[in-house]
Design a protein around this ligand. Structure first.
Ligand SMILES: Cc1cc2nc3c(=O)[nH]c(=O)nc-3n(C[C@H](O)[C@H](O)[C@H](O)COP(=O)(O)O)c2cc1C
Length: 167
């Protein structure tokens, strides 16, 4: 519910959160995602991108897609369909980004862990979850309890001085 309190352009709330726990659906999502990731890592990603990812140790394997108890697939709605009429939404990317940020904060506040996952392209998610034409996949958020044995990259956040400028 926290996510759906996010601000949005003209209060259109252009988002849908599909929460998936069904093991067969998760398995299908993983299978399609890994095909796309294998192609991305083998043929599409630049050396610079792969170098940037090296310290995070990501690769084409996405086991979290069927080991996490829940996968939340966030969809954005560039328009609504009301009484058969197309109704425009505004600042859709900004609005759905804010809602997804609140969702992640709420997940972490509840003591759970999540990952921000963006396979590209994402069209397979619309097909598997049978979503209508006006909804496009935006982000995948696997959610669960932290695996104590999982590898955690040694990353730091920028210091306050680097990101806040007072005038
Ligand atoms: C827009 C966006 C897309 C991301 N896509 C991926 C992804 O496809 N796969 C992945 O493993 N991590 C992905 N990440 C996670 C980032 O690598 C991660 O947020 C970053 O390294 C900082 O770590 P933290 O989220 O633990 O603070 C993405 C993050 C963002 C914000």
């Amino acid at each position: 519910m926290t996510a759906s309190t996010a601000p949005s352009g003209a209060n259109k709330q252009p988002w849908v959160f599909c929460a998936v726990s069904d093991p067969d659906i998760k398995k299908r999502i993983r299978k399609e995602a890994e095909k796309i990731e294998y192609d991305a890592y083998t043929n599409k990603m630049s050396d610079e991108w792969k170098n940037d990812l090296e310290r995070l140790r990501t690769n084409w394997k996405k086991e979290f897609l069927d080991t996490a108890p829940w996968i939340i697939v966030v969809f954005k709605k560039s328009y609504d369909i009301i009484d058969g009429q197309k109704k425009k939404n505004y600042y859709v990317n900004e609005s759905v980004g804010l809602a997804t940020g609140l969702l992640i904060a709420a997940i972490h506040n509840a003591g759970l862990t999540s990952l921000t996952y963006t396979p590209s392209p994402m069209g397979f998610l619309s097909q598997i979850l049978n979503r209508p034409e006006n909804e496009k996949p935006y982000m995948v958020i696997p959610v669960g309890y932290r695996d104590e044995n999982a590898f955690l990259p040694d990353i730091e956040k920028k210091k306050e001085k680097e990101v806040i400028i007072f005038y």
